[in-house]
Design a protein around this ligand. Structure first.
Ligand code: NI
Length: 393
């Protein structure tokens, strides 16, 4: 048997152990930047495997370096480990024991899958070339996110390729998806205050109406997407909050707005806040109001590397046949895996984890969200086979 075949067979043998890890993590979820017990559990589990240098790049993250017996490439595999502020309502026997906190995005599954890959790989350390770096990252769910902190701590130093995956409950288990190029957007946020002059609602000529001006700002911001930008370039500008006023007969002196801007192109990303400022400036000055505008950059757009994506796609086809592979439809959601892709070429792929017939139909971040645990073994196998190819390249 080839090394690859033996590794895949071993992955099958430890499937129930990986499911146990996932269930433990599911029962003990922790919020972003607070993953102390999670990190400890991961560290202990990795240390018990042997053959790896285990470290803590930040207080709640873990890294394990598995150095093969022969020189070769350095491959990083990333799993995110944090949970969400959601009250679980799945009724599962291993439901969250931490009230108000839930693994409702599948990061428990990501962690268990990559722990399983680490175990199988560590057992075969003597036969491996190069280095595999297992990155268990905290705080994917809460900007500014954990990825940049980990990179600043040096986890990507000398890394040649980086891969990661997300479980997907809207996709049936057995399917695995990839896409080359843009996959997820940059989620930037903005805050606008419009300062007019408040007064009696019966005397509008004596006030500078921040509500009427704010409404025009909201309308005109829509023109950025519909009239300023090439329709072939994806862009979202959404005002998600508009606060002002207290009662029916007083025009308030100011209103506050905030929202999100999402796109997949770095040039466009620089352009949008400039356009926004022009529009806000023009409208407010035309009506005698003033404004404050703050724009905060979030995660980078996630753009997958062509050749690494191809390697993963080939692996999926070899393991599960052509029908298992699907092409991910890019979306305006975000993931700070994009930070690693800014340090090294790589790809982020999706592992189907839904199953209608078992009632596993709820979307991510839903109180009834769950996964089909079959997906964990599928993910392990794709990681293991791809890793062998990427280490040899
Ligand atoms: Ni997630």
């Amino acid at each position: 048997m080839t090394l690859a075949q033996r590794l895949l067979e071993r992955a099958e043998e430890i499937q129930s152990e990986v499911i146990d890890w996932r269930r433990y993590l599911h029962q003990h979820p922790e919020l972003s930047f607070e993953e102390s017990k999670t990190a400890y559990y991961i560290e202990e589990t990795l240390c018990a495997m042997g053959h790896m240098e285990v470290s803590r790049p930040t207080p709640t993250s873990v890294m394990a370096r598995l150095i093969g017996s022969r020189p070769g490439k350095v491959l990083a595999i990333r799993a995110d480990i944090d949970a969400l502020p959601i009250e679980e309502d799945t009724g599962l026997p291993y439901s969250s024991g931490n009230p108000g906190v839930m693994h409702a995005c599948g990061h428990d599954g990501h962690t268990a899958t990559v722990l399983g890959v680490a175990k199988v790989m560590a057992e075969h350390q003597a036969e491996l070339e190069g280095e595999i770096r297992f990155i268990f990252q905290h705080a994917e769910e809460l900007p500014p996110g954990g990825a940049e902190e980990m990179i600043a701590a040096g986890v990507m130093t000398d890394v040649d390729t980086v891969i990661g995956a997300h479980l997907q409950s809207p996709v049936e288990v057995g399917k695995v998806g990839v896409v080359a190029g843009p996959m997820l957007a940059s989620p930037d946020t903005f805050y606008i205050t419009i300062n007019g002059k408040g007064g009696h609602a019966a005397e509008p000529h004596r006030v500078i109406d921040s509500i009427a001006i704010g409404a025009q700002v909201v309308n005109n911001l829509q023109h950025i997407v519909s009239r300023h930008v090439n329709p072939m370039d994806p862009l979202v500008v959404s005002v998600t909050k508009f606060i002002g006023g207290h009662t029916h007969n007083v025009i308030p002196g100011s209103v506050e707005l905030c929202g999100t801007v999402r796109c997949m192109d770095l040039e466009l990303r620089d352009e949008v806040p400039k356009r926004m400022k022009q529009i806000i400036e023009g409208i407010t000055s035309a009506h005698g109001a003033t404004f404050e505008f703050r724009y905060e950059y979030g995660y980078r757009p996630l753009i997958n590397h062509e050749s690494v994506t191809k390697t993963i796609a080939e692996t999926i086809q070899e393991l599960y046949g052509e029908e298992a592979l699907y092409t991910i439809k890019p979306s305006m959601a975000a993931d700070d895996f994009s930070a690693y892709l800014n340090s090294a070429p790589g790809t982020y792929f999706n592992i189907g984890a839904g199953r209608k017939e078992k009632g596993i139909i709820y979307p991510h971040h839903h109180p009834k969200f769950t996964i089909d645990e079959e997906a964990l073994l599928i993910g392990m196998k794709v990681f293991i086979s791809s890793a062998l190819k990427l280490l040899a390249k």
